[in-house]
Write a protein that binds this ligand. Structure first.
Ligand SMILES: [Zn+2]
Length: 610
């Protein structure tokens, strides 16, 4: 019988009275578990009633915030959704512009203008910069720019479109109703679960059957969900507390693997561990949902999918979906486009530090020093940001006291579809393991492309952090749009000696940017699971846990590709404006991915690039 896991996962929460670790906000939107039953009582035999209650609590009960929302005029005739007044008031006049950059002068003046006007630079690549600003500020900005730039920009999201896109990323009452109906239709009978209420049906056909991944989820749902997974899959999942945020929230993660401490080995070997972090930047919701998707797939695939089982026998994965919990909560409650943490700074009205630029390798706060209002404010000294410090301290402690060796890092961000490898602080200093990093990077690229045809660029992070423009065939690196200096990626690579370290910027390429519609949650999760499985196979070869990884690719299909017929959900590229950008001639030519190897063609491509 088809089962809805989110509902199932929610039941014991309600019954066990699991409280959220989030400081209480009585009127917080989307706080389904806040109303969880406070006392413990048995739930066997009460399945139907409880399911009903929890599902209604999660999916259909309007929050106080929603009740207070004043419905305003329609944005589009076809869109039945109404924009709430506060969303419209806050973002209704904002636009997202893409400036196409072709000269150094253009890049320089755009960087200066952004600084002067304290603009919100969303993303940038070799030849473009995306900036969000109020429509009414556009003339002022253009006035500061050279003539050529005044014509070389296009709106990605126009007035009201941006507000609509924001609104669309939150679960809506309409969706709640849809989910409720779907959930009711597939509820199991009470009898079938009297014996084993949390038994085999937890294992997914594929995570896409899980309504948890139909929407972005707030921290108040994610944290109890993680605790529940921990309590249900005790053989291979443990809850990890990385530390505490500036506002006192737990930074939680899941350690997934057959950890040697599960055995009674008095001197267990070093546990090789891959760290997956997400949500350093609060508004990059797809990173958090993707980390959750990876966790769920690995956890429920253990014992069911041979390649996952072997990978978790060989390595541990620690997955931290919300490294910046304060910022994440803030994006749900107050400002969807918040990026930094919520730490107090020297300027009362400018909160927050950029976690990624707070790490203490090649830290350089000079460009934002004394300017806490900057979106990439790095603090006044390295590790000023509480959550960056917490992660670093935790990682050090793991290696020094807990027998852990970090061999891989995947730091998930959005957007622009890039696979970045060290260093980010400089393009002149080459990472010692450059060739290895590139080799695995191109392997990840192929695994992703194979999954869904989406193209991710592979490049050193320094290039991802600068606008580069070719001048007479020579590549020159133009002014950085963000703070200079190292990042979390650099710190883990250099200080923690994580040999295989990457920062991945997920979908899309600017169609929606940070406001990626929820329909991308599962497809993005799938392509990253494919990347992770490739990563695992590669590590198995690199660390000699051997040839058995070779047929790993076939197994992945069992988890991520068993729904070939259904792959058209959002991969319904016709509806995806991104498709035009992604449909490069090289995309998906039926190539096969050999786990653990970069094939000859990829190597050739690699050589050509260098
Ligand atoms: Zn980011």
């Amino acid at each position: 019988m088809r089962f809805h896991h989110a509902a199932l996962l929610a039941i014991p929460l309600a019954e066990l009275g699991v409280a959220t670790a989030v400081p209480s906000h009585a009127d917080e939107a989307f706080q389904p578990v806040a109303s969880a039953h406070p006392q413990t009582r048995p739930f066997l035999g009460q399945w139907q009633r409880l399911s009903q209650r929890v599902i209604e609590t999660i999916w259909s009960q309007p929050s106080k915030n929603e009740e207070n929302i004043t419905k305003v005029k329609k944005i589009s005739k076809t869109e039945e959704q109404l924009l709430p007044a506060h969303t419209l008031a806050r973002y209704g006049g904002d636009v997202l512009l893409r400036f196409n950059i072709s000269t150094e002068q253009e890049a320089k003046s755009l960087a200066e203008a952004s600084d002067t006007l304290l603009l919100d630079v969303w993303e940038f690549a070799a030849d473009w910069v995306d900036i969000r600003l109020a429509q009414e500020l556009v003339p002022s900005l253009l006035g500061l720019l050279p003539q050529s730039l005044q014509r070389s920009h296009v709106p990605l999201l126009r007035e009201r479109e941006l507000a609509q896109a924001i609104f669309d990323t939150y679960p809506t009452p309409r969706d709640h109703a849809r989910h409720l109906e779907a959930s009711k239709a597939s509820l199991p009978s009470p009898m079938s679960h009297d014996q084993r209420p949390v038994g085999p049906s937890l294992y997914p056909q594929g995570a896409e059957t899980n309504i948890f991944f139909n929407d972005y989820q707030p921290l108040s749902v994610i944290q109890p969900w993680m605790r529940l997974l921990t309590s249900l899959f005790t053989t291979h999942v443990r809850l990890v507390n990385v530390g505490t945020s500036a506002q006192g929230r737990d930074i939680q993660g899941l350690r997934i693997g057959i950890h040697p401490t599960n055995d009674d080995d008095p001197a267990p070997p070093t546990r090789k561990t891959v760290l997956i972090t997400a949500g350093l930047h609060a508004r990059e919701w797809i990173s958090t949902s993707t980390a959750n998707y990876i966790a769920y797939t690995l956890i429920t695939g253990f014992g069911k999918t041979a390649s996952i089982t072997r990978m978790l026998e060989d390595f541990d994965f620690v997955i931290v979906p919300t490294l910046n919990p304060d910022g994440y909560v803030y994006t749900w409650e107050t400002d969807r486009l918040w990026r930094k943490n919520r730490q107090q700074t020297s300027i009362r009205f400018c909160h927050g530090m950029d976690l990624d630029h707070s790490f203490g390798f090649q830290w350089d706060g000079s460009s934002t020093a004394g300017n806490p209002c900057s979106e990439s404010y790095a603090g006044e000294q390295a590790f000023d940001a509480v959550e960056a410090r917490a992660l670093a301290d935790w990682a050090r402690n793991e290696t020094e006291n807990n027998n852990v060796e970090f061999i891989g890092l995947m730091d998930l961000h959005s957007y622009s579809q890039q696979i970045l490898y060290p260093y980010s602080f400089s393009c002149k200093d080459l990472a010692p393991g450059l060739e290895d990093l590139e080799e695995l990077g191109y392997g990840l690229q192929k695994a992703i492309r194979r999954a869904h045809g989406h193209v991710y660029e592979v490049l050193p992070a320094c290039e991802g952090n600068a606008i580069a423009a070719g001048a007479s065939g020579k590549k020159s690196y133009l002014p950085q749009m963000e703070n200079r200096g190292g990042s979390g990626l650099d710190w883990f690579y250099h200080e923690m000696h994580v040999r295989w370290a990457y920062q991945l910027k997920l979908r899309d390429r600017g169609t929606y940017g940070f406001l990626l519609p929820r329909e991308h949650i599962i497809p993005t999760g799938k392509e990253m699971v494919d990347a992770i499985m490739y990563f695992g196979g590669f590590l198995q070869e690199a660390y000699g846990s051997k040839s058995r990884s070779v047929e790993g690719g076939g197994d992945i299909e069992a988890v991520t590709g068993d729904e070939a017929g259904r792959q058209n959900e959002v991969e319904n590229e016709a509806a995806d404006k991104d498709a035009e950008i992604d449909a490069s001639p090289s995309a998906e030519g039926g190539e096969t991915v050999v786990v653990g190897h970069v094939d000859a063609k990829a190597r050739q491509d690699l050589r050509k690039r260098r």
